[in-house]
Structure formats: structure tokens, C-alpha cells
Design a binder for this molecule. Structure first.
Ligand SMILES: [Zn+2]
Length: 547
């Protein structure tokens, strides 16, 4: 890339960083407006103002995303590369007494010199090779790369063949309100204008994957995420008759032991291994102190996917929970037997039976007894919706509790369901033509870029991101498994699944390189980020449009 573009990227990255845009604050609007302002100064947009517009999220904060379309004048080609970058950042409390400098990189770096930092951070700070600042790495430099390249292309639009769309999306660090409102807009443009989308490219950050990792990655495809959740009903008892009950906390603990960080649940695709599930929440649902054990408990996991779909994950989790339930019963039987021996009592097998059902199966069981259960649940859903502040995870749990309470069966059971959110993985196998073109475009870009950095392209962007919303599983059975087992789907939590299915794009991420995203030592390495990453982005886009 030319030095001129590298300089321009730095300039824009700093300008955007100066606009503090912490997620879920009014500041989010400032960075979006700044992007709009920078584009609107380009002659292309003074001549074509309709190609620069906002997409409202419709939320309470009035947040919006900004979309810039660039239409090449060399031909009437409908080929289009869609690019996204998020405009929000995480909070700044981690900067402590340096908060006021978090968004002023050059001043921040002077101030950081007065702070005790790790050896590596100190080295980077003094090297002159890094720039520090909140959002600079995640991901305003990425936004700047796209913007500077579009500015360059726009300056010679007569000789550009094809089209580019950039969406600067808000709320990525929160609930993806930006991307989820942009997806239907992209589909609308595709249908109305006959644009032929080739791929969705993100420029979110890229970092070392392990200690001493010197590779610089380009990722094709993205990881997905589900949140398998469990509602555990035990049998309450007084502590004085402890073996007469079964503690849902004990069952929940066995479920955690069975699933947490267990590589058995890793997805492997082309040698790329997803991280195993990790527990995010586990607690019983007793609200007061008493000498009665808890009646129910709940837990959920973050479950990363490369190839498993919601229906498959549901089955795996149901089986795992049932095995864990049986283990809990076996453990209790062993302990009871030892206790009886010690106390000289007659031994009997405890009466518990392991059983696990999905939310959907529970609904069917209750419906057999009560034909109007769906109406009751709809009404309850409406009631819960009145409390806007209710967390979506709690919403789902309340729905499960309510449904279970309508059942005449009071025996111990584990109900498996999904809590929001859901991020589909996108596996770019190379079987479809679009996928193959993307893989080739990246390969050519990487192979033709001369640099002393070790460039590597691989599958699956490893961080949860808006890229996931570029597609959704098309099999109705998969979608049904998700919707029918995520209580509150379609009301409290929603995804534009049909539009995601229509978009159906292979995705990739070519990010700036840096370190410590979401930490106050967040920083980018300038040479790679301003020179090499933009070259890779530019070449990939051009290769795609040529195919
Ligand atoms: Zn990011």
C-alpha cells in the first residue's frame, strides 16, 4: 500500500477513536455521525448523496448504523462486496484515573509512560511501533482501513468495476442491534437493485492465538455460539431428612462436571478445533434462607460451534445431562449405602430416576394434560414482556419455570433449552461457487503480498461477531429445533432468520494486528495495520470482483 493511504488510515483511525463510543451510551451516535461526515466530504458522495445513509435500530437510545455504497462507473456490473465494521467500543473504566485519555491515543501514550506496566507492554510503548487507545484496535483501525480504501477507489470511480457497500454498525459489543437492522436493508437492496453479493468482509481485530505466535491471520468463515441451558428440578426435603430429597444443586454440579471445558464437545472442521463449552452461570433458585434444600436450579454454557447445528447440540446436551443426572443418583446411592452401614440401618435403593427432556418435549407433555397450555404460555409471555429490563436469559428461564409449573408431574427432571443469543457459525467449505471464489481470492491476495510478516489464512474467525448474521441454516428442522427450544424467541429475542437465509454469504475477517483487546493496554501494531492489512483487504476485494 502506498504511504499516502497508510497515513490516511492512521488519520481516520485517530479521528474515530477521538469520538468516545462506548456501547449502550449516546456516544455511539458520535462515531457513526463521524463516519457519515468523513464519507460526505468525498466528492463521490456530494455527487451521489443517496448512496450514503443511516439505518435506524429503533432502540431507546436512537442508535443507528451508517451505510456507504460505492458504485463503479466502468461498467454496469452488479457484483458487490459487502463490508462491515463496528463503531462501538467496550467501556473505559479499566483505564482508572487515565479514563479521560482513553480516546486520545498520543496523550494516552505519554501518560502510560508514568504507569507501571508489564515488560511486554513497556517494550511496545517505547518501541514507536504501537498506538494505544480505546477502540483503536477493536476496531476503529479496521473501520479506517475500509474507509480509506473506499476514499481511494472513489477518487477514480470511472475506472472501478463493481460495487462496494460498507456498513458501520453500532452495538456490536452489546446485542448486535446495528447488524441485525442492517441485514434486512442489505436484502432489500439485493432484491430491489439486483445486486449480486459476493462475500461479507469484516476488518475486526486479529491477534496472536498463543504465546509466541508470530502468524498474522486472515480468517475465512466464523465461529458460532449457542447457549444450552438447564432447568433442574430436584426434590425438596428438610435437612434433618437429607436422603429423602434430591438436591438440584448436586445434579447441576454433575452437569457442570460433565460438560464444562470437555473437549468431547469441541467441533472439529478441517482441523480447526472450537473451544469446549464453558459455564457462564450456575445457581439454585431458592430465594430465601431456610433449612429446606433448594427445589430447582439452573445453569447455562457458552457453546462454540464450527459445524454443530442447534438440533445436534440439543441432542448432545440432553444426553450429557441425563448421564450426569444418573451419575448424581449413583453417587447418592453409594453414599446412602455407606451411611446406612455406619448407622446400622437397613439399606434401600433411593427412588430417583434420571430423566431429561427438551423444552419442546415438556410442552408436549403438558399439552396432553391441558389443551390450552399454549394460550397460557402466550399470555405469560405477554406479561413478562411488560418488564423491559428483564434480562433475556431470565426471561427464558421464567418461561421454563412457568411451563413446568403447569405440569402435574412433580418428580425430579432436567429440562434442556436454549437461552439467547444465537450466533450461527459460517463454515466456508468451498463446495459452492461463491465459497470457492472467496477462498481463491484470499489465497491469491495472501500469496501475492510481499512482506516479512508470516501471513496465514485459515478457517473460522475465532471471536463471536456480527459476521454470524450473514447466513443461517436453511433446513427447517434445524430452525425449528432452535425456535421451539428457545423460550421467548420471536418476542423477547429475535433474529431476522429469513433475511439471514436469503443473504447466505461466505464471510471473512482481515483485521488490524494488535494486542490486549478489551484491556486498557489495547494497542495496534502500526506497520502491519496501516500497510499490510489494507493491502490484503484491497487485493481480496479486487480479486472477488474480478471472478
Ligand atoms: Zn470487535
Amino acid at each position: 500500500m502506498t504511504e499516502k493511504i497508510a497515513k490516511r488510515i492512521e488519520e481516520i483511525a485517530i479521528e474515530l477513536t477521538n469520538e468516545l463510543s462506548v456501547v449502550e451510551t449516546p456516544g455511539e451516535l458520535d462515531s457513526v455521525n463521524k463516519i457519515f461526515e468523513i464519507f460526505s466530504k468525498m466528492p463521490y458522495y456530494t455527487e451521489n448523496p443517496e448512496d450514503l445513509f443511516f439505518v435506524e435500530t429503533g432502540d431507546k437510545l436512537g442508535r443507528k448504523s451508517v451505510v456507504a455504497v460505492l458504485r463503479g462507473k466502468k461498467s454496469s456490473s452488479k457484483k458487490t462486496v459487502v463490508m462491515i465494521g463496528h463503531t462501538d467500543t467496550v467501556g473505559i473504566s479499566d483505564y482508572g484515573n487515565l479514563q479521560e485519555y482513553a480516546n486520545r491515543p498520543y496523550e494516552l501514550m505519554e501518560k502510560l509512560k508514568e504507569v507501571t506496566l508489564s515488560e511486554e507492554v513497556t517494550r511496545d510503548l517505547n518501541s514507536g511501533e504501537y498506538l494505544f487507545g480505546r477502540g483503536l484496535f477493536d476496531m476503529k483501525t479496521g473501520d479506517a482501513i475500509i474507509m480509506a480504501l473506499m476514499e481511494e477507489i472513489a477518487s477514480d470511480i470511472e475506472n472501478f468495476e463493481g460495487n462496494l457497500i460498507f456498513a458501520g454498525v453500532c452495538d456490536e459489543e452489546g446485542n448486535s442491534g446495528g447488524m441485525l437492522s442492517v441485514v434486512p436493508k442489505l436484502v432489500e437492496m439485493q432484491e430491489k437493485e439486483g445486486l449480486e453479493y459476493l462475500a461479507l468482509l469484516d476488518t475486526d481485530y486479529m491477534t496472536s492465538e498463543f504465546e509466541g505466535d508470530e502468524n498474522k491471520y486472515v480468517y475465512i468463515g466464523t465461529v458460532g455460539k449457542l447457549m444450552p441451558s438447564f432447568y433442574v428440578v430436584g426434590k425438596e426435603t428438610h435437612v434433618g431428612e437429607s436422603f429423602k430429597g434430591i438436591d438440584p444443586n448436586q445434579i447441576a454440579s454433575h452437569i457442570t462436571s460433565r460438560i464444562n471445558l470437555n473437549p468431547e464437545f469441541c467441533d472439529v472442521a478441517e482441523g480447526e478445533v472450537s473451544l469446549p463449552p464453558i459455564t457462564l452461570h450456575q445457581r439454585d433458585l431458592k430465594t430465601e434462607y431456610s433449612v429446606q434444600i433448594a427445589k430447582s436450579a439452573t445453569l447455562f454454557f457458552n457453546y462454540a460451534t464450527h459445524c454443530s447445528t442447534p438440533d445436534e447440540v440439543l441432542v448432545k446436551m440432553k444426553n450429557a445431562a441425563n448421564e450426569a443426572f444418573q451419575e448424581a443418583i449413583d453417587t447418592l446411592n453409594n453414599r446412602y449405602s455407606t451411611f446406612c452401614e455406619m448407622a446400622g440401618r437397613k439399606q434401600e435403593l433411593l427412588p430417583w430416576k434420571a430423566r431429561t427432556m427438551t423444552y419442546e418435549e415438556l410442552l408436549a407433555a403438558v399439552e396432553k394434560e391441558n389443551a390450552s397450555v399454549k394460550d397460557i404460555m402466550d399470555e405469560y409471555n405477554g406479561e413478562l414482556m411488560k418488564d423491559e429490563d428483564l434480562d433475556p436469559r431470565t426471561f427464558s428461564l421464567r418461561m421454563v419455570e412457568k411451563l413446568h409449573s403447569l405440569w402435574s408431574d412433580r418428580e425430579p427432571v432436567v429440562v434442556v433449552y436454549f437461552s439467547p443469543p444465537y450466533y450461527p457459525h459460517i463454515y466456508v467449505e468451498g463446495t459452492a461457487e461463491k465459497e470457492k471464489n472467496l477462498i481463491d481470492a484470499v489465497a491469491e491476495a495472501v500469496d501475492s503480498t510481499k512482506t516479512d510478516y508470516r501471513l496465514v489464512y485459515k478457517k473460522f474467525f475465532p471471536y463471536i461477531s456480527d459476521l454470524s448474521y450473514a447466513a443461517a441454516p436453511k433446513d427447517p428442522a434445524i430452525i425449528a429445533a432452535l425456535k421451539d427450544n428457545m423460550p421467548g424467541f420471536g418476542s423477547k429475542y429475535d433474529l431476522p432468520l429469513e433475511d439471514m437465509q436469503k443473504l447466505d454469504l461466505p464471510v471473512l475477517d482481515i483485521g488490524s494486528f494488535g494486542k490486549d483487546a478489551h484491556k486498557f493496554t489495547e494497542r495496534i501494531e502500526k506497520r502491519y495495520s496501516f500497510n499490510v492489512a489494507p493491502e490484503l483487504v484491497y487485493k481480496t476485494v479486487m480479486n472477488l470482483l474480478k471472478k
